[in-house]
Design a protein around this ligand. Structure first.
Ligand code: 5GP
Length: 304
């Protein structure tokens, strides 16, 4: 039996209004005026709310930095079917989604704020590839160029890959306080982050990424506690060994030495604010850039 015409018109008007309201919620999340966690909370506290009728997939898609491929992967990981609405989630699904959102999009933030992010991790985990991908694909992020006393490898360009300098110049820069941090890496060469370009970029509102070793990351944390420290992890230990050996550029003795270092380095991951698993360069890079936009708990506390 068909409903009377007047009911059908009213229902279709209500459906249009609901669609518009859902679009407004999604827009507010995408413009960071509304946090995705608070949308979930509203949905769970009232099954009659507009938020309750929102699809999980649409909520995730409205989070800045998340595209369809990543959203599908995240939903698979959270074990939530693509068509699920927030009101239809089971208790465990609610918990998993809440945890994810709290970590990824916890707050309404000031997008104009610049951040200093340090990307570190064990040797051969792919830090250089991930940061290189960010340099090529995210022009809004400044990738710091370090100075080093090691010799250039084939294809490396002075001023782009590194500033290749000699020991005397490195000494001078250390004495003049021109490094934000510096360290001897692999017991061999010295590497340092020039302070000037970073301070200028941060002051101009540009976010900066440092790809440095763990000792350097610790120093940055000491001098700039507001920096965000990201630890890049291999999918598994075996994969790390494979990547290390697979490079084929080091002698057996050097490989052994690097594996020992990698074990020690992996143990440092708890000192970092975030961990990103490097399964896929594009996804890992997107995750790091996304973390550059997340407000840290310490910032929130200082605002209270
Ligand atoms: P590579 O010689 O293979 O380019 O780099 C060796 C290691 O030095 C990498 O782990 C890299 O992250 C680290 N590194 C590069 N630049 C810096 C820097 O400015 N400071 C510190 N502490 N480590 C750096």
């Amino acid at each position: 039996m068909n409903p009377p015409e007047v009911d059908r018109v009213a229902a279709s008007r209500a459906a249009v209004a609901a669609r518009r309201a859902r679009a407004a919620v999604k827009r507010a999340v995408s413009e960071r005026r509304l946090s995705a966690v608070s949308v979930l909370d509203t949905a769970l506290s009232s099954s009659e709310s507009i938020e309750a009728s929102l699809r999980v997939r649409d909520l995730l898609m409205s989070i800045p930095g998340l595209g369809p491929v990543r959203v599908d992967r995240i939903m698979e990981r959270l074990e939530i079917a693509p068509s699920k609405r927030l009101s239809g989630l089971g208790v465990h699904q609610q918990q998993r989604l809440r945890e994810f959102l709290a970590k990824r999009a916890p707050v309404v933030e000031r997008p104009e704020q610049s951040r200093l992010v340090v990307l570190a991790g064990p040797t051969a985990v792919g830090k250089g590839t991930v940061s290189g991908y960010i340099r090529e694909n995210y022009p809004e992020v400044l990738l710091s160029v370090s100075a080093t006393t090691r010799a250039p490898r084939p294809g490396e360009i002075d001023g782009v890959s590194y500033y290749f300098i000699d020991d005397a110049e490195f000494d001078r820069m250390v004495e003049a306080g021109e490094f934000l941090e510096w360290a001897v890496v692999h017991n061999k060469s010295r590497y340092g982050t020039p302070r000037g370009p970073i301070e200028e970029a941060l002051a101009a509102g540009t976010s900066v990424l440092l790809e440095i070793d763990i000792q350097g990351a610790r120093q940055v944390k000491g001098t700039m506690p507001e920096a965000t420290l990201v630890f890049l992890l291999p999918p598994t230990w075996d994969e790390l060994v494979r990547r290390l050996i697979g490079r084929g550029t080091e002698t057996l003795e050097e490989q052994e030495r690097r594996l020992t270092t990698a074990r020690v380095e992996l143990a440092a991951q708890d000192e970092f604010d975030h961990r990103v698993v490097n399964r896929d360069v594009e996804a890992a890079a997107a995750e790091v850039v996304e973390l550059m936009q997340i407000q840290k708990a310490t910032d929130l506390r200082s605002k209270e």
